[in-house]
Design a protein around this ligand. Structure first.
Ligand code: PLP
Length: 390
């Protein structure tokens, strides 16, 4: 696996994603004094450019943490113990986030959705309208459900809040969509956006992000939840001069600095268009194999990953194991209720046509090696699509 054999390992899970050479070089720079002028200059530049990627004029907070830490940070900065959080629940990551909320003492309410579809906005609006006592203090959604390849409609959720005049904070997890699928924190009126480093941002795991709105910042002043490490206030105070109230993950900041340059040099619109094109090629391949794309709603197809349902009687993890052993490629496992029933092709981050073509070839060869019933035309369909001008 990976560096030990000839060629390179294909890491085609939906994050962590492959590291661009530029990012690897940045990571290997000597660590610098995090209280010195070079680190401050870099931090101020990173914080400014992160705003462009989150599409916000407000601040973005960086934590040395995984995405789960950033979930917790969003909750504990804005809410009080026992506050009710309504979760749009249509995948494994929304379930896991609910566990985090329950773990820090919030009252969790689940708006149960179909895992194969985006959250039903009419059902959401009804629930908000019913809540006349305004007990729901936050609405939490995962923009791109990494477990299913379904994208939830964040602007639609904002509209549901507005139409019902509901004042709940809107919290959105963009851990697997930032830098891959268009996301507009300000325009969509999101109060806290939660992100992680290891997917569309093309750097290793280890950084979490919160982007708070003005309303969320005000809520943080009166929130009753005890917090220390996660506290936005202290971090924002230090960030003003380019510093942190703790030792930052300096080398991950080097990587972030470089990755932001790469994203902004390519241009966000082109980054999203590239992801859309590679995702469409993947879907054509899946259809060409005669297999099912797990997401049932074409409007909600993810451009970051595609979850593929396995034909009944065939185990997706066995297929993944064979593909790993024979072709040195990692695909995403089925999570939660999809264990063994689906595999996920990650097509986000540092990826181009030929990388995707190799990935799809690996899947097609694996299907053949495992005698999974399928048609042989998937790769051909994808290549025909990719051969056309973008
Ligand atoms: N949310 C989403 C949508 C994710 O895809 C993930 C991880 O894959 C997480 C949250 C959890 O992030 P982490 O594993 O970095 O804690």
């Amino acid at each position: 696996m990976s560096d030990s054999g000839p060629g390179r390992h294909f890491l085609q899970i939906p994050g962590p994603t492959n590291l661009p050479e530029r990012v690897k070089r940045a990571l290997s720079r000597p660590t610098i004094d995090h209280r010195g002028p070079d680190c401050a200059k870099m931090t101020l530049s990173i914080l400014e450019r992160l705003k462009e990627v989150f599409q916000t004029d407000g601040p973005v907070i960086i934590y040395p943490s995984s995405g789960s830490g950033a979930w917790e940070a969003a909750l504990v900065n804005t809410l009080s113990p026992g506050d009710r959080v309504l979760f749009g629940s249509n995948g494994q990551f929304s379930s896991t986030w609910q566990n985090v909320a329950a773990g820090v003492g919030m009252t969790v309410e689940e708006l149960q959705g179909d895992w194969r579809c985006p959250i039903d906005l009419a059902a959401l609006e009804n629930r908000l309208a019913e809540d006349r006592g305004r007990e729901i203090r936050a609405l939490a959604l995962v923009h791109n459900e990494t477990s299913t390849g379904v994208v939830n409609d964040v602007a639609g959720a904002r509209a549901a809040l507005d139409r019902t005049g509901h004042d709940a904070l809107l919290m959105v997890d963009v851990i697997s969509s930032l830098g891959a699928i268009d996301y507009k924190h300000d325009e969509w009126g999101v109060d806290v956006t939660i992100a992680g480093s290891q997917k569309g941002l093309m750097i290793p795991p280890g950084l979490g992000f919160n982007a708070p709105s003005q309303k969320a910042l005000e809520a943080s002043n009166s929130a009753g939840q005890a917090r220390s490490y996660w506290d936005w206030g202290r971090i924002l105070e230090f960030n003003r001069d380019g510093f942190y109230p703790y030792t930052p993950a300096t080398n991950l900041l080097f990587a972030l600095d470089e990755a932001l340059s790469m994203l902004l040099e390519e241009g966000l619109a082109d980054v999203f268009a590239r992801h859309a094109r590679l995702a469409e090629a993947t879907r054509r391949a899946v259809r060409g194999w005669g297999l099912d794309i797990y997401c049932r709603d074409p409007k909600a197809y993810s451009n970051a990953l595609t979850a593929v349902s396995m034909p009944a009687g065939f185990n997706a993890d066995l297929l993944r194991q064979v593909i790993l052993e024979r072709f040195d490629m990692s695909l995403g496992t089925g999570l939660g209720q999809l264990k063994g029933k689906a595999f996920r092709i990650g097509h986000l981050g540092d990826l181009n046509e030929l990388t995707l073509a190799g990935t799809l070839c690996g899947v097609e060869m694996g299907l053949a090696a495992c005698d999974v019933p399928h048609l042989s035309g998937g790769v051909k369909e994808a290549l025909a699509f990719l051969a056309k001008d973008p």
